[in-house]
Ligand binder design. Sequence first.
Ligand SMILES: [Mg+2]
Length: 361
Amino acid sequence: MDGMASLGDELNFTAEASEEESAQSHGGNPWRVLVVDDDPDVFRVTELSLKRLRFRNRAVRLLTASSGAAARAHLEKEPDIALALIDVVMETETAGLDLIRTIRTELGLYDMRIILRTGQPGQAPERDVILNYEIDGYADKAELTAMKLFTTVVAALRAYETVSDLSRLTVELEKRVAARTADLERLAMIDPLTGAANRRHFEMRAAAEITEARRCDHALGAVVMDIDHFKRINDRYGHAAGDAVLKQIVDIATLNLRPCDLFARVGGEEFAVLLPGSDREDSLATAERIRKAVASAQIEADGFRIPVTVSLGVCALADEDEHIEPAISRADHALYRAKVAGRNRALLTRPVRPVSCERDS
Ligand SMILES: [Mg+2]
């Protein structure tokens, strides 16, 4: 963009209309500029210097306060103040500096631009205030002529526009990052092929369910399941058909589970199920229901009708189980026996100790 043309657009002097009228006729919200000074003459001079200023087709509306305390009241009511022109010495020697600390730290207004003005050149602000509170300028009132003030204010409004645009953008980006992170966390818990929970999800949920089962003295069933001769299915019908079988098995199992149960794909053709509240017998009944549903399903893939069966090992959480691993390992043992016994069956673990509703003391 041409620099001179852009300057001409931004700095548009309107002689006739008042700032309110101009703002309304252009529909532009005026820039709010807060003038804090205990000298009434300063308001008058400031108003005169900025009266005709238009920046980005928006006029300037002056808000005035004659003390730090009065300024604070304005700031609490009007958060969208672009610029504050602040006197150093007012009700106290440091009222202006105190106000700046309030603006930045207490009120958390970081976008607002701040210009300090002093009538006492000896009253230089502390260097750390200038550095730490992002002050855009420090001027001796005697040296701040009308033109200089005008230029300073335009530069500050431009800076405010940039800073507040960046703040808005940052908020928007943070929202997007949070949404994306939630998506990624969800994806990190799911097996992409079948949409079932993955091993990581299973382990996290198992830990939570064990805590819950112990707290409420509820049973917790665990089932492991393998697709029988899955390698043969892949070899005979191809991997695409194998994948289709996996998906359909997941659908069938899910249909035969409650919403509170967790069905996970924990390996190639290996699955695990958590059954909150289910004891050994309940869990066996659920496993048997899944087995029958798979055996009687019409599984089709790649134009073939593929006969599929599953074997399952079933157990329930024991009192001494601190983690899910020992239960899964017992269920795996039962699964092994189911396979040896000819597959297409669900077997319970052999109880290693008497199963009782009462806990040993
Ligand atoms: Mg003063």
